[in-house]
Design a protein around this ligand. Structure first.
Ligand SMILES: Nc1ncnc2c1ncn2[C@@H]1O[C@H](COP(=O)(O)OP(=O)(O)OP(=O)(O)O)[C@@H](O)[C@H]1O
Length: 798
């Protein structure tokens, strides 16, 4: 928001009062103006007038009453959707009402006089920082002029108000939900992530290159001692992945190709529902289906042919079988008929035989007893010889076919027996393999136990690979304060109050109040010095004013902090490697004050512009000073320090209201291979994170507070987005997050110091700081990458 914002405000002048008209247009009054913003329906006589003096008086009374422990970043309570959401803040009065609603709901300590910061997103895409105090809403015309203007009534219908903490959510729930970028960003900068493609059916399709964070599945290769990417074929055997693929396959049974499913699952960041959704959304799209190779097509065609051939063969066999069955039935019928006939004929033959025998017995034995003339004897008609022979032949053939049938039957019974035998054998095998599986299971169990042990050993290595932000907690030494801290272990810290409430936090390292500067540096030394090997490294100090951030980062002259020790150590490491590598150390120092980046290594504290090109942040014209010996460092720090704006606050007369960012570029060239490594060490002393009511901020201090609130909220939003692997990481929400982007973008190593006060009076702020640290600790940036190139010239400039 710069001159453009001012112009817009000028072209739509808000209602002004006589007080406003009378002041010079170029006035740099750093205060709220006396205003008359009359909410509709409010009695015109009931004009609230607010001036610097009465604001201060209100604050003083609020502070003295000891009730104002509200932290401005709790502004979200004021816009609780249940209270009507952002858009329900129709005017100053309702803002106060909402504020009160928020107080009664979530923060009983929220006072009417507390300042609530918001962002007004105008429908034209521009954004303004707003502040609500005492039921009145104001907007900041320009970070440089520090002029708070009364919020124009008509703007309520021209845009929306967003509590500062919820910026990212509102952005993504707005009209740009799909691409995750704000309109304002689009208006103000050309975004090279936007693009389009031409789809044969859908026509022009808008595209956006999301800065997505993805899970990547690795396995540990013992041979190389490295974590390698899991091939799809292996991953399909992983139980968790298998479950996901099963889940998708169950929902989309016709898909069939498990590798294809897994590929889309990977693309959907292992979210089966998203995978199913994507498939269903694009199903039927010719583009989605992979092209068949000619081999696959041939195989497919052959398969169809084969199936057809086999079907034909099967049909033929079925017909043959049917014919066979019929003929067998017929043969059986014939057989039974013949058998019947045979038994009849043989019965007849037997009776004819008997008759013949009887006739022969009754014939006279002598010649005279024999009649002289032949007598015609009536012989009963029986089967002839021919008949008998025919019959015999038939019987024989029947016996033959009977034997055939019997053999067929026996053969069939034999094959059924073989099938049964096979089944029994298979069942036995199954039983055996079941026993085998049990043994295998036992082996796997013991293997798992071994693996679990090994895994514990590999945990630290994994942390390194995942790139979790390492969070160190350092409480300030304060001998006069009543301690509210306990240190159960070197990774745990317990915060307790007099009323007995306790909170436990866990960090990578928790120091006690006695820890030395040297010890602090020793613990961060390996991370810091890795920038000599081409890593981007970032160290941040976060905490309320006076908690020891500057002490930790800069430190006093006789007991220096991380900044000076780090550069000294880098010089030492570089000189140790001088035989094989030549190094070049360049230092830049900037301050981010009121959303303006200022170069601290020029006497005029020049304002710098940031350029975001893809993932790269450029700061053209930034002063870079070479450092070759330890004495250079102190001169450089002094120069930067003298240029730094230090605003006094009541809590700490030297407390800084700006972020100090020290960047050390370490470029090394291998004398043998010519390979160039380029690492950047970013050391950042953040502005105090405390609520503004405690610092009694008015006027210019209020503008500073708004800027600090905006940037630290933006840092928290970046952490949250990274932690939740959101599609859009809102780096562009503040200058601080833009500058820190290379350190929080996925290939750097990051360390966060949460500096806290041990004083029981600071309990709420201490808890807020520790919560911020806990959230940051869950952020995984991904494996840090070395920036090494064979030839110079390929590195993106900062
Ligand atoms: N560990 C410590 N041991 C001794 N003194 C300390 C320690 N930490 C901080 N102090 C002292 O406390 C005072 C406030 O510390 P410091 O200025 O570092 O706070 P800060 O968090 O940087 O505040 P600001 O936000 O204003 O920059 C200083 O006088 C500093 O010397």
């Amino acid at each position: 928001m710069g001159s453009g914002a001012s112009k817009k405000a000028e072209s739509n002048p808000p209602p002004t009062t006589s007080t406003q008209r009378s002041r010079p247009s170029n006035s740099r009054r750093a205060d709220f103006q006396e205003v008359q913003v009359r909410p509709s329906g409010q009695d015109p006589a009931h004009k609230a007038t607010l001036s610097t003096s009465n604001m201060s008086a209100r604050q003083e009374s609020s502070r003295e009453s000891g009730g104002s422990s509200h932290r401005n970043r709790y502004a979200r309570h004021a816009a609780d959707p249940s209270n009507g959401g952002n858009n329900s803040l129709q005017h100053g009065q309702s803002a106060a009402a909402t504020s009160r609603a928020g107080r009664s709901k979530g923060r009983p300590d929220l006072q009417d006089d507390d300042v609530v910061f918001e962002t007004f997103v105008h429908s034209n895409g521009r954004e303004f920082v707003c502040a609500v105090r005492g039921g009145r809403r104001y907007y900041l015309d320009d970070w440089h002029s520090h002029e708070w203007q009364p919020f124009p009534e008509r703007w309520y219908s021209e845009g929306r108000l967003v509590p500062m903490d919820d910026n990212s959510q509102t952005r993504s729930s707005g009209s740009n939900q799909q691409n995750g970028t704000s309109e304002s960003t689009r208006h103000s900068e050309k975004d090279d992530r936007e693009g389009y493609l031409k789809h044969p059916k859908r026509g022009r399709v808008e595209t956006y290159l999301m800065e997505e964070r993805h899970y990547v599945h690795f396995f540990f290769d013992r041979q190389t001692g490295k974590w390698l990417r899991l091939p799809i074929g292996w991953e399909l055997h992983h139980s968790l992945v298998k479950q996901m693929v099963d889940h998708v396959e169950e929902a989309l049974p016709h898909w069939g190709d498990r590798a294809d499913i897994l590929a889309l699952l990977r693309a959907c960041n292992y979210n089966p529902d998203e995978c199913i959704g994507t498939y269903l959304l694009l199903d039927g799209d010719g583009w989605l289906k992979p092209q068949r190779t000619s081999k696959e097509a041939r195989a497919e065609e052959n398969k169809d042919e084969r199936i057809e051939h086999l079907t034909r063969k099967l049909k033929q066999l079925q017909t043959d079988l049917e014919t066979e069955r019929k003929s067998r039935k017929e043969a059986e019928k014939q057989l039974s008929e013949l058998e019947e006939k045979y038994s009849k004929i043989s019965a007849e033959a037997t009776s004819a035989q008997r008759q013949m025998e009887a006739m022969q017995q009754s014939r006279p034995k002598t010649a005279h007893s024999r009649p002289k003339t032949p007598v015609a004897v009536a012989v009963p008609e029986g089967p002839t010889q021919q008949d008998l022979e025919l019959l015999n032949r038939k019987v024989k053939s029947l016996r033959k076919s009977h034997v055939h049938l019997k053999m067929d039957m026996l053969r069939n019974i034999g094959s059924v027996g073989a099938v049964i035998k096979d089944a029994i054998k298979a069942a036995a095998d199954l039983k055996k393999s079941d026993v085998g599986s049990q043994q295998e299971l036992e082996e796997i169990r013991s293997l798992y136990q071994k693996e679990a042990l090994q895994r514990r050993l590999l945990y630290n290595q994994l942390q390194e690979l995942r790139g979790n932000i390492r969070v160190f907690c350092r409480p300030r030494r304060d001998d006069r304060a009543q301690m509210c801290l306990k240190f159960p272990s070197d990774q745990d810290i317990m915060v307790s109050t007099g009323d007995g409430s306790k909170k436990m936090f866990n960090f990578d390292k928790v120091y006690n109040t006695e820890v030395s500067q040297e010890q602090i540096f020793t613990d961060t030394q390996p991370i810091i010095t890795s920038c000599v090997d081409g890593y981007n490294v970032c160290l941040l100090a976060y905490g309320q004013t006076g908690s020891g951030k500057t002490f930790t980062m800069m430190g006093p002259d006789d007991n220096p902090g991380i900044n000076i020790r780090a550069i000294t150590e880098l010089l030492k490491v570089c000189s140790e490697r001088a035989e094989t590598k030549s190094y070049n150390l360049k230092v830049s120092m900037v301050e981010i004050y009121n959303e303006t980046v200022q170069d601290l290594l020029t006497s005029d504290a020049r304002t710098l512009e940031l350029q975001m090109v893809g993932n790269v942040v450029r700061i053209p014209n930034i002063t870079e000073m070479g450092v070759s010996q330890v004495s250079d460092i102190k001169d450089l720090m002094k120069l930067g320090d003298s240029n730094r704006k230090v605003a006094s606050t009541k809590m700490n007369s030297t407390s800084s209201r700006s972020h100090l960012v020290l960047m050390i570029n370490v470029e090394g060239e291998d004398k043998v291979t010519g390979a160039i490594s380029k690492g950047v060490l970013t050391l950042c002393d953040l502005a105090g994170s405390e609520r503004i009511s405690k610092t009694e901020a008015t006027g210019q201090r209020l503008v500073e507070a708004a800027a600090i609130n905006k940037s630290l909220s933006a840092l928290g939003q970046v952490f949250s987005a990274l932690r939740e692997s959101q599609l859009h990481i809102p780096y562009r929400n503040s200058k601080l997050t833009q500058i820190l982007r290379p350190c929080l973008g996925g290939d750097a190593k990051a360390c966060l110091f949460v500096n806290i006060s041990p004083d029981v009076k600071n309990y709420p702020e201490t808890c807020n700081t520790l919560e911020f640290g806990s959230n940051a600790r869950q952020v995984a940036l991904g494996q840090a990458k070395q920036n090494i190139q064979k030839r110079p010239g390929g590195f993106p400039p900062r």
